[in-house]
Design a protein around this ligand. Structure first.
Ligand code: NDP
Length: 289
């Protein structure tokens, strides 16, 4: 693998987040830049909410090639940018910024990354019923992508009902998919789960080692896929229960990889070296396990 020295030609891509120490994206992208011999470097920046606007001005002033954006900036950065992709506009959130000669373009690759990972698992959501748990930033990106993929129906189950209802109102007009907002205790109801092809955890439950919500796992069809956006497979009680019920499971690592690969192509104009990025990501996740 060609190693690049940092010199006067090196361009920088950054990731803004608070906290940022946990990010594995630098490992993934620096491995990809090196593999393709590109004179780019990817650096984490700990940007506190109060400093976001100044930090975005810094992207223009310093000529950064682009950015990834993570919690808690994905929504707030929208107002600081010059243009948005239709997807970012719809989600009201950005995870990737491209600096086009000082004009900052915001996109959201989370939903497309999610769909690419489903495709790898040979699951086409077209015409299917889906349960989506959560109504936060990642749920919005996944929801937009599932509607575009022409799901028949999506039940959005969330702790705060008002947030789920808001998603139903916002996204209802964007496609033909039937949308419904339900409370958390509906996950115990076999009727809610019986016809479902895919159950997605897009909530942050499990992130801090907490137990998952009561859910009628065995009421689902035998082939129903349980998908947790959490990318730490050791930390997902949702998938542990689904596996125990004999259902196929998938964690968020492939989504993380694919959203990164899409961002890589936006910055470089090149196809991403997926295997290189996958290896680097796995290594980084193992090191911090
Ligand atoms: P947000 O903070 O935007 O949303 C959190 C959601 O979880 C909300 O719907 C919230 O409900 C719900 N929630 C939080 N705590 C509880 C609880 N105790 N009980 C029930 N519901 C709860 O988070 P994100 O959407 O950014 O992230 C969600 C998950 O997705 C995280 O685990 C994150 O790591 C993962 N993720 C994975 C990605 C990947 O590439 N694999 C990409 C992005 C995120 P309420 O509305 O009531 O507050």
């Amino acid at each position: 693998m060609a190693r690049h020295t940092i010199d006067g030609h090196t361009r920088t891509v950054g990731i803004f987040g608070d906290p940022i120490a946990h990010t594995r994206s630098p490992a993934m992208h620096n491995a990809a830049f090196q593999a393709l011999g590109l004179p780019y470097v990817y650096l984490p920046f700990h940007v506190r909410p109060a400093d976001l606007v100044k930090a975005v001005h810094g992207v223009r002033a310093l000529g950064l090639l682009g950015l990834n954006v993570t919690v808690p900036h994905k929504e707030r950065i929208v107002r600081c940018l010059d243009s948005l992709s239709p997807e970012a506009e719809l989600c009201g959130a950005v995870n990737t910024v491209v600096n086009q000669d000082g004009q900052l373009f915001g996109d959201n690759t989370d939903g497309r990354g999610f769909l690419n990972s489903l495709q790898e698992a040979k699951l086409s959501p077209r015409g299917s019923e889906v349960v989506l748990i959560g109504a936060g930033g990642s749920a919005r990106a996944v929801l937009a992508s599932l509607i575009r993929a022409r799901c028949a129906a999506i039940r959005i189950v969330n702790r705060t009902q008002a947030n789920a209802r808001k998603l139903v109102r916002t996204y209802r007009r964007t496609g033909d998919t039937r949308l419904e907002a339900l409370p958390l205790d509906s996950l115990r109801d076999p009727a809610v789960l019986s016809g479902v092809r895919l159950v997605i955890n897009a909530s942050s439950v499990g992130l801090h080692g907490d137990e998952f919500l009561p859910l009628a796992y065995t009421a689902t069809q035998a082939g129903c896929l349980f998908y947790d956006l959490l990318y730490r497979p050791d930390r997902t009680p949702f998938l542990r229960h689904a596996r125990a019920a004999g259902r196929p499971v998938m964690d968020g690592r492939r989504m993380l990889l694919h959203q990164g690969a899409l961002a890589f192509s936006l910055w470089t104009g090149r196809p991403a070296p997926l295997e290189v990025m996958d290896r680097a990501l796995r290594r980084a996740l193992r090191q911090t396990a």
